[in-house]
Design a protein around this ligand. Structure first.
Ligand SMILES: NC(=O)C1=CN([C@@H]2O[C@H](COP(=O)(O)OP(=O)(O)OC[C@H]3O[C@@H](n4cnc5c(N)ncnc54)[C@H](O)[C@@H]3O)[C@@H](O)[C@H]2O)C=CC1
Ligand SMILES: O=C(CO)COP(=O)(O)O
Length: 325
């Protein structure tokens, strides 16, 4: 069987951490072509192109400083060139950019390529909530899988032990993707319920902004029960609430009174928050379905982030939680 060509679409904090793993596994296993393309949204860093820095110093000095990437990870600034001939496409960009990226590569990828989304976020479709993997599947017509878990990019890049969950409906793709992603310190469980895995990853970011751990995510959504104990479930919720960027900005927002945009610029050096945008998207979806009252935590996060409600008002949403009425 011909070796599979892998392309990573994205090179931010998580994209670069994943490139470290994927590059090492591609070099180790004959299943994969040695060179792994990584699409980089080109920018200048200290007067040099980021792609040039990555390809000479093997480090993404802006988004994952201090950690070396394997030399077989090739930074490619041209999106179409990066995906050319790829059998496995790993999508790992902030969710607000996914539609544009898919529109660009549509018709220029292998029709039998398999996609794996590491993107945590949602979109709004005509019937309500739309998964990002569905956006990609619809736009590109390829088989989609997801990988989500309690994974902080810097810790994964530092090879701290953690687990992750691949959601993959196809029995053929599961072992292939596991071989590509698993290391001694990044342990992969493959499950069939890809939708559950993905929705857990997307919604926990809203809770993390709130800087408090609550279980609203689970209310009335019994389909979650099987995987909630996996890495993609409560473990991810806890991890993000303690150590993630959404938590960091949420806390600074409450302390300083600055806007989310100001804090993102000030504290994240180009990295993108997913929680506030997801809160806004979920709010729209719930509003259209007359379900806002059933999700008081999501609503409170939305009102505090976007409607100027005071942070202290958060407790009101718990005092008036439907469960207590
Ligand atoms: N960072 C983390 O610890 C983890 C992140 N994720 C998820 O992975 C996804 C990607 O996150 P990160 O890699 O951390 O990204 P990031 O937060 O570091 O975002 C910065 C990236 O966005 C790119 N970018 C900026 N403007 C762009 C544009 N107009 N079009 C395309 N790309 C543009 C930048 O070049 C950079 O590569 C998100 O959905 C996030 O929730 C999932 C697990 C862990
Ligand atoms: O998804 C993550 C951890 O699993 C990262 O969360 P943040 O985007 O809040 O850093």
């Amino acid at each position: 069987m011909a070796a599979k060509k892998v392309c990573i679409i994205g090179s931010g904090n998580w994209g670069s951490a994943i490139a470290k793993i994927v590059g090492a596994n591609a070099a180790k296993y004959n299943t994969f072509e040695n060179t792994v393309n990584m699409w980089v949204f080109e920018e200048m860093v200290n007067g040099r192109k980021l792609t040039e820095i990555i390809n000479t110093e093997h480090e993404n000095v802006k988004y994952l400083p201090g950690r070396k990437l394997p030399p077989n990870v090739l930074a490619v600034p041209d999106l179409l060139e990066s995906v050319k001939g790829a059998d496995i496409l790993i999508f790992v960009i902030p969710h607000q950019f996914v539609s544009r990226v898919c529109d660009t590569i549509k018709g220029n990828i292998k029709t039998d390529a398999v996609g794996m989304s590491l993107i945590k976020g949602v979109d709004e479709g005509p019937d309500g909530l739309k998964l990002i993997s569905d956006v990609i599947r619809e736009k590109l017509g390829i088989t989609m899988t997801v990988l989500m878990g309690a994974n902080l990019a810097n810790e994964v890049a530092d090879e701290k032990f953690c687990e992750t969950t691949i959601g993959c409906k196809s029995k053929a793709h599961g072992p292939l993707l596991k071989e590509l992603m698993q290391t001694q310190n990044f342990r992969v469980t493959v499950v069939e319920e890809a939708d559950v895995v993905e929705i857990c990853g997307a919604l926990k970011n809203i809770v993390a902004v709130d800087d408090r751990l609550r279980s609203d995510i689970l209310h009335g959504q019994s389909g979650f029960s099987r995987h909630i104990s996996g890495s993609c479930g409560v473990a991810d919720l806890i991890t993000t609430c303690y150590g993630g960027r959404n938590r960091k900005i949420g806390e600074a927002f409450a302390r300083t009174g600055k806007t989310i945009e100001e804090l993102e610029k000030e504290l994240l050096n180009g990295q993108k928050l997913q929680g506030p945008a997801t809160a806004a998207e979920v709010h729209q979806i719930l509003k259209h379905k007359n379900l806002v009252e059933k999700f008081p935590l999501f609503n409170a996060v939305y009102q505090i982030c976007f409607q100027g409600h005071p942070v202290k008002e958060f407790v009101t949403c718990l005092q008036n939680h439907p469960e207590h009425m």
